[in-house]
Design a protein around this ligand. Structure first.
Ligand code: IPM
Ligand code: MG
Length: 402
């Protein structure tokens, strides 16, 4: 016997989801232009410490940023602002992914550097509020999650453009238990959402002189939504005749990232949200783990920079937070510098991270007292980044990588 009442309730719920998403499409059609940071003064950089190891590793990244931008702070071009309240305690007390007053403060900053925030899951003692990351990406419309992964000695230089506002994430907390036995979630892909992420990937490829953009979907099975993503790829690809594009399925792509003969042929990869979430963790592991990977969440108006990993509650519980590796947040800071118009500073910082973290390794972090602390690595990076020997040491690194 079919429960007709359940069917009606489900139809009504589906109607609401569809209406909300169509309203969103209308908003996307009216989207404004990219912020031109050369015209913004002061550029306000908000710092959000987050949970767990977040405050420790963000503090190091902030210290490095303040050092590199000291002249801009003096001249008034850049201002730092520490924002309180994006903690699991405060979010649980207000029962909000991002409390209203915190969101208002975030919106007064042009860009933010955000430490990892705890994402509640069933049974962990916290109320089941939405992830602060996901909420921030949606609230600020940070549609491009840009995640670079580089392993020079393997000749790997990938940049992932993960769509950040749609797919199963868009209405991840609006799924429905139609009956006790039937659960349904909704997957959202729009033309506008696909176009802007794919266009961003091609624009990046062109800017960086890359030859190929690769779309990753499962369009053979998920025909409607992934089909739209792939159709959009074809459409935007035509606008870039000098750049090749190809399409891969997510399952074989996870294998190809491990294929030493093939993987260095990929350059720029563009993919819907969940595939991007999964594939970028795999890619980061090849670079030395998620602790080494930074991530930019970019929208036309705002941008937020973060690590790709979580708040490491286990390290926290064992009192090991001071041994947490801040490299991910410092990498994110390099992306922040590039984004707001200081590409030379961003590049220096990336080189200092390569030299300190992958080559000389005078401070090695193990996550416990057998290795260095976040602060020691922060000091090491600061002593390296503007040192006159940086270039020659980095050349040494590149040569050693063969
Ligand atoms: C990431 C993380 C987040 C995500 C979590 C923490 C919500 O895994 O940034 O990749 O799923 O996007
Ligand atoms: Mg992830």
């Amino acid at each position: 016997m079919i429960d007709q009442k359940a069917v009606e309730a489900a139809k009504k719920h589906f109607g609401t989801v569809v209406e909300q998403q169509l309203e969103r499409v209308e908003r996307l059609k009216k989207e404004g232009d990219w912020t031109d940071y050369s015209k913004v003064s002061p550029i306000i950089i908000g710092i959000l410490g987050g949970d767990g190891i977040g405050p420790t590793i963000s503090a190091e990244a902030q210290r490095v940023l303040e050092y590199l931008l000291r002249n801009e702070v003096k001249s008034g071009k850049v201002k730092f602002r520490v924002l309180e309240g994006l903690t699991i305690e405060n979010r649980a007390a207000k029962m909000k992914a991002i409390p209203d007053d915190v969101l208002a403060e975030i919106k007064k900053c042009h860009v933010t550097l955000k430490g990892p925030t705890h994402t509640p899951e069933k049974g962990d003692g916290w109320p089941n509020i939405e992830s602060a990351n996901v909420a921030m990406r949606k609230e600020l419309d940070l549609f491009a999650n840009v995640r670079p992964v580089r392993v020079p000695k393997e000749n790997i230089d990938w940049t992932f453009f993960r769509e950040n506002t749609e797919d199963l994430y868009a209405v991840g907390s609006q799924g429905i238990n139609v009956t006790a036995d039937l659960a349904v979630d909704f997957r959202i892909i729009t033309s506008q959402g696909s176009e802007r992420i794919i266009a961003a990937a091609f624009a990046h490829a062109k800017r960086m002189g890359k030859k190929r953009v690769t779309a990753v979907t499962k369009a053979n099975i998920i025909k409607t939504t992934d089909g739209k993503f792939l159709d959009t790829m074809q459409k935007i690809g035509k606008q870039y005749p000098d750049i090749e594009w190809d399409g891969w399925y997510i399952d074989i792509m996870t294998a190809k990232l491990l294929d030493k003969k093939r993987r260095n042929q990929f350059e720029v990869l563009v993919l819907p949200n969940l595939y991007g979430d999964i594939l970028t963790d795999e890619a980061a592991e090849l670079q030395g783990g998620v602790g080494t990977a930074g991530s930019a969440n970019i929208g036309k108006q705002y941008a937020m920079f973060e690590a790709i990993h979580g708040s490491a509650p286990r390290m926290m519980k064992e009192g090991r937070d001071k041994f947490a590796d801040p490299s991910s947040m410092v990498r994110a800071s390099a992306m922040l510098l590039e984004h707001i118009g200081f590409p030379e500073l961003g590049s220096k910082l990336n080189k200092a991270l390569d030299v300190c973290g992958q080559y000389e390794k005078k401070v090695v972090l193990t996550g416990r007292d057998t290795g260095g602390t976040a602060k020691e690595l922060g000091d090491y990076i600061m002593a390296t980044v503007e040192d006159s020997t940086l270039e020659s040491r980095w050349d040494g690194y590149v040569k050693a990588q063969g």
